[in-house]
Design a binder for this molecule. Structure first.
Ligand code: AMP
Ligand code: ZN
Length: 397
């Protein structure tokens, strides 16, 4: 690892060597101060540079660690990967990375090194090398999110780990998008729909995922494997990981899972409150970054919460947009699990734990899945799922 003191001479040496090899005009990359505090800091391609309270940045503020962030330029993608090493917050635009959180910084975005201070941005100078065709194709397939300062051209919030954001476009589902992406990068199709029914009881004819050491794990354990899979992670820090729901029931449907094992909402106690608050904050931050489908459309609204009786092991918060526009939403159980009291808002869960010391699930909760279909917007009863979907179109969600 190169410490913050990457000197210009060594950078030019890199350039010289690279130029000699490629015999072409070279691209360079610089971390530029937004308040003219310091000279631009050279970022050689693929080299990790550690930046913080140091001579290069002229930052003397002790809230800034000497090794506050690591910075790695990726010339082919014209992005810079930032990782927060210090304890105080580093942010890109308004989004804090979190301790050990990573994010991509793109030209035009502002990085604040610590506590919303010391603005910097990145500048690529010289001709760009063409992006790898796989990634170019993948982002072309994921264009639903309007470009915004805080989103990458692929629609992935720019603070999210690379290769981890897969946005649905128009009629394309989240699963379809990830399938295309994985096809491009030669991965296997993870998005084959073997979605469990909501009830943990009967009818779960699942393919068992393979457990550790080749032992078949029960399907209900498969979230643990997904947590470690970078291709479905959209955010992670030292407490939680956010993954794409494998069978999304709306345009945007993610799961927030703590690394620490917590079985389900039933075991929550007061000492879980800081974790629950953190899960909620992360979910809110991510959902606020999703852009509207089109200029005339409002930004999507989300609900954050838990199924009262989950089918999958270990606690997971659903973050789901309220359009419910997904071919994966097929049954009355699916619908009722997100639109009745079966879905408990994260705020309610936190309040119950705070006030009553735990979450109490009413005995007849499972019955809620059998309720007649009712529009969650206008509360009109509708007889079938296809009719309900048609009706949802009238709400322009
Ligand atoms: P529940 O346990 O009822 O709260 O819901 C479990 C959620 O996990 C459902 O929304 C499923 O679509 C989703 N799911 C099931 N298997 C996986 C997996 N391997 N990776 C990601 N999401 C999954
Ligand atoms: Zn309605």
């Amino acid at each position: 690892m190169v410490r913050g003191e990457v000197c210009l001479a060594s950078f030019l040496k890199h350039l010289f060597i690279a130029c000699g090899e490629r015999r072409c005009a070279m691209q360079t990359c610089w971390l530029v101060s937004g308040d003219s505090r310091h000279e631009p800091i050279a970022l050689p391609d693929g080299t990790t540079v550690v930046v913080g309270r140091c001579r290069l940045t002229r930052i003397k503020d002790t809230r800034c660690s000497r090794q506050q962030i690591s910075v790695q330029a990726m010339y082919s993608k014209r992005v810079v990967l930032i990782k927060q090493l210090g304890v105080n917050p580093t942010s890109i635009e308004t989004v804090e990375l979190g301790h050990h959180g990573e994010a991509e910084l793109r030209p035009g975005q502002t990085l604040h090194v610590v506590n919303a201070s010391y603005p910097m941005h990145v500048e690529f100078r010289g001709p760009a090398s063409p992006p790898p065709s796989t990634l170019a194709s993948a982002s072309a397939s994921a264009s639903a999110l309007a470009p915004a300062p805080t989103t990458s051209p692929s629609g992935r919030p720019s603070h999210l780990p690379k290769r981890a954001w897969h946005s649905p476009s128009g009629s394309d589902s989240q699963a379809g998008s990830i399938r295309k992406f994985l096809k491009f990068v030669g991965g296997k199709d993870r998005a084959k729909d073997n979605s469990p029914s909501v009830s943990p009881t009967k009818g779960n004819a699942q393919k068992s995922p393979t457990g550790q050491r080749g032992q078949p794990a029960h399907w209900s354990q498969s979230l643990r494997d997904a947590m470690d899979d970078p291709s479905v992670q959209i955010f992670r820090d030292d407490q939680v990981v956010v993954i794409l729901d494998k069978f999304p029931k709306a345009r945007h449907h993610w799961l927030v899972l703590p690394w620490r094992f917590v079985a389900n909402v039933g075991v929550l106690r007061a000492d879980h409150l800081p974790l629950l608050r953190h899960m909620h904050d992360v979910a809110e931050r991510l959902s606020r970054q999703v852009q509207p489908l089109g200029a005339a459309t409002a930004p999507p609204t989300f609900r954050l919460g838990y199924h009262a009786i989950p089918s999958m092991s270990r606690i997971h918060m659903h973050v789901i947009s309220q359009d419910f526009d997904s071919p994966r939403l097929k049954t009355k159980k699916h619908w009722n699990s997100f639109t009745t009291g079966y879905f408990i808002d994260s705020e309610v869960v936190m309040r119950m734990v705070e006030e009553d010391g735990r979450v109490v699930i009413p005995e007849d909760t499972a019955e809620l899945l059998k309720k007649p279909l009712q529009c969650h917007m206008c509360h009109r009863e509708i007889s079938t799922i296809p009719k309900l979907k048609e009706h949802l179109g009238t709400h322009k969600l």
